[in-house]
Design a protein around this ligand. Structure first.
Ligand code: SF4
Length: 449
């Protein structure tokens, strides 16, 4: 565990005792296809702790690895590397009876109550199933336990013999929660437990989860994309991007003053309930890169509005800088050949455009900006490489001219106070340049769609 992570854990020592400690966790997938030498890096070196009795939120865009991380913590997926200590035991090493015994202590509640419940089983059978698998008590005791659980989650005894399709979405999620509680677990991964439900029902399920946590001293990992729900229910939040935790810390402090550029972008997209309170929104271009082909340096470097610039370009117009970054990212992804050059540009610019050759690409990317002399020659050189069908050389050339530490060096986590950690070079004195950051942020500021 890095020094910063240890220090932050020490600062939080008064908060509680860690139940789950993960260190350098990686979950990669090989698809066995032609590209199998490039595994999908769904979780790519994650370290944090979850205290007993706390709710840790896990947020991030779709595909950032949060569900894979949750599934790995309950061993529905196998870790490729790293440690998961549960109450001091590395569960990635457990096998056979030890693993089966440990599984009683942890459960998962799934996003979609419809697909997670077997429609051919009665509610009683569904909730009783984990008790049967683990041969807990006598059949009579198991039936009594199921009736008790139905009551605990706000259902009635007579529901025992009904089927899932006879229930509403909220009730079906209550059934899923009852099943998760059957073996008296200590830790539950809640994977978007309310996102498939109506808003009024969401509040009821969230209240139920909070009540159950107090009653049974449960520890939650709460995976969600709805940040207002996370703010309501979580003690701390971990923000994920492309398999990495970009920032982790106490919920209120993070929402009030996010430290990491990605957290700032994510939080700026939350609608402001008071329209008179005018806050800037940061609109990120394009979509995250493929986890099969993540950037070499910072995972957020291909979209980051605060990316560190080489000193020669600190004063370069923000719009020009932005177009150069798009050109570089287009070429980087082109080398991976998952999407055509023209399609990539359309995606990154957010425009529906047509290109037939490199001249059109030049016009589309740079036609409406004035390139200073210090930049024009480099762009022309790269375009010449592309015209010669040598996109790898164009990419390398632009890297040499415009690359920075954000492209080349993976950042480490920095303690930004109060036990909060942020993965960003900007926390180093050398790169903490507020004017530089401010200019670049303005480029990305505007109404989101
Ligand atoms: S390290 Fe660079 S690219 Fe990554 S979040 Fe910080 S400023 Fe942005």
């Amino acid at each position: 565990m890095s020094q910063n992570v240890e220090q932050a854990a020490h600062e939080r020592a008064s908060v509680g005792e860690a139940l789950v400690q993960i260190d350098g966790l990686k979950t990669y997938y090989e698809d066995g296809g032609l590209l199998s030498s490039h595994p999908v890096k769904a979780v790519d070196g994650v370290s944090f702790e979850i205290d007993r009795g706390e709710t840790l939120g896990l947020v991030g865009e779709s595909g950032c690895g949060k569900t894979t991380l949750g599934r790995t913590l309950v061993q529905l997926e196998s870790a490729t590397d790293g440690e998961i200590l549960f109450d001091g035991t590395d569960i990635t090493e457990l096998r056979g009876d030890d693993l089966k015994e440990w599984r009683r202590r942890t459960q998962m509640v799934f996003q979609d109550p419809d697909s997670s419940l077997n429609n051919r089983m009665t509610i009683g059978e569904i909730v009783r199933e984990p008790l049967d698998v683990h041969a807990v008590g006598t059949p009579r005791e198991r039936r009594a336990r199921v009736r008790e659980l139905l009551e605990v989650v706000g259902l009635r005894e007579e529901h025992y013999y009904r089927y899932p399709h006879q229930f509403s979405g909220g009730q079906r999620q209550r059934i899923g929660i009852a099943r998760a509680l059957a073996l008296e677990p200590e830790f539950i991964v809640l994977d978007e437990p309310v996102s498939a439900l109506d808003v009024s029902v969401q509040a009821q399920i969230l209240n139920l989860l909070e009540d159950l946590q107090k009653e049974f001293d449960l520890t939650y990992l709460f995976i969600a994309h709805d940040l207002s729900v996370v703010r309501h229910i979580c003690d701390r939040v971990a923000v994920m991007y492309l398999g990495h935790v970009m920032e982790i810390g106490a919920t209120e402090e993070m929402f009030r003053d996010p430290a990491n550029p990605y957290t700032q972008s994510l939080l700026s997209a939350i609608p402001e309930p008071d329209p008179s309170h005018d806050t800037d929104r940061i609109t990120l271009r394009g979509t995250p890169p493929s986890p099969r082909d993540p950037p070499e340096g910072c995972p957020f470097s291909t979209r980051c509005p605060m990316k560190v610039r080489p000193s020669a370009y600190r004063d370069l117009d923000g719009e020009v800088w932005e177009r150069i970054q798009i050109f570089r990212e287009v070429l980087r992804q082109r080398m991976n050949a998952e999407m055509g050059l023209k399609d990539r540009i359309r995606d990154l610019l957010g425009r529906d455009t047509r290109f037939s050759d490199i001249d059109e690409i030049r016009e589309e990317l740079f036609g409406d900006v004035t390139l200073p002399d210090s930049v024009r020659g480099h762009i022309e050189e790269a375009i010449d490489y592309v015209a010669d069908a040598d996109e790898a050389a164009a990419h390398q050339y632009l890297d040499e001219q415009f690359g920075s530490t954000c492209d080349e060096d993976p950042p480490i986590q920095h303690d930004v106070g109060g036990g909060r950690l942020s993965l960003c070079h900007r926390h180093l004195d050398d790169h903490a340049n507020p004017e530089d950051v401010h200019d670049e942020l303005n480029v990305f500021t505007g109404e989101s769609e």
